[in-house]
Design a protein around this ligand. Structure first.
Ligand code: PAF
Length: 283
């Protein structure tokens, strides 16, 4: 497996792969089984698999965890290799941002709600770095986890609007045995917070069962019921619980078409997100 840190060498590798199916998994490192499942899926579907590891300062707000975000390059390289990656592209900050950017990629509307409302500038940081990475790596397929469903929707929209010649492959969320969605931020949870955090997935699956039984009169009723259930755990501080259309993330007109139920909840300083796609079979 190759470890590449500069853009020129990355482009050179890519030129040698002309005509192949190239799978790309962009990450910020601190790899867990969720990332490894993306690499494994890319391995089965593509002829070359490239993963990037880059903690992107543009997508962190001034009071967020950029400084303390885990950086474990040696361990990550070994894990990526074990999962079947051919290349780890791990550029430095100066390689990616040799001087302050005056160019940004901005996706409007869909980025203004949910996580975008409480993290201003976050999605512009994501779409800008992902555009740069797509230009450098030139994948034919890019793999993203559906735990960050809004991120997937935003990137799909950017790829469509800007005619990036590649396919976005959304992949299922990987969970702990008790249902907690895997995230590099789960390690920030205290013992007590970790014990209470499974309430998120419990609330989502409970809502799914209730919806199937026709227990909800409206999306507001569904959201309120989920909020009440989550607040049974005293450390949970809800940021949002919303049921929306997917992938457009617009308000629902009925509860029988495909929808996504999304939530963001804080436990202390740690902000967790999760979601579930419902009525998947209904079109
Ligand atoms: O999902 C992430 O880890 C990041 O937002 C991404 C896509 C690697 C961009 O920095």
């Amino acid at each position: 497996m190759h470890v590449i840190t500069d853009i020129e060498a990355m482009r050179h590798y890519r030129q040698g792969q002309e005509g192949k199916k190239i799978g790309f998994v962009p990450t910020m490192g601190a790899l867990h089984a969720g990332h490894l499942s993306l690499i494994e899926q890319a391995r089965t579907e593509c002829e070359a698999v490239i993963i990037s590891i880059f903690v992107n300062p543009l997508q962190f707000g001034p009071n967020e965890d950029f400084e303390k975000y885990p950086r474990e390059l040696k361990r990550d390289i070994a894990l990526a290799e074990g999962a079947g990656a051919d290349v780890v592209f791990a550029p430095t900050q100066t390689e990616m941002y040799p001087r302050p950017l005056v160019t940004q990629v901005v996706v409007a509307e869909i980025t203004e709600r949910l996580c975008g409302a409480s993290r201003p500038g976050h999605f512009t940081g994501v779409t800008t770095v992902v555009s740069k990475l797509f230009h450098i790596v030139q994948p034919t397929h890019a793999y993203f986890g559906l735990k960050d469903a809004q991120q997937v929707a935003v990137i799909e929209r950017m790829v469509e609007d800007l005619h990036f010649p590649l396919e976005i492959v959304p992949c299922p969320t990987v969970r702990e045995e008790d249902g907690l969605a895997l995230s590099s931020r789960n390690r920030y949870l205290s013992k007590q917070e970790r014990e209470q955090a499974p309430i998120l997935y419990q609330a989502l699956t409970r809502a799914e069962a209730n919806l199937l039984q026709g227990k909800y009169k409206s999306s507001a009723h569904l959201e309120e019921d989920v909020r009440t259930h989550i607040t049974s755990q005293p450390l949970a501080q809800i940021e949002y619980v919303e049921a929306l259309t997917y992938p457009d993330l617009t308000p629902l007109t009925d509860l029988h078409s495909p929808l996504i139920l999304l939530l963001a909840v804080r436990f202390g300083d740690t902000r967790l997100i999760d979601n579930i796609l419902l009525n998947k079979g209904e079109q």
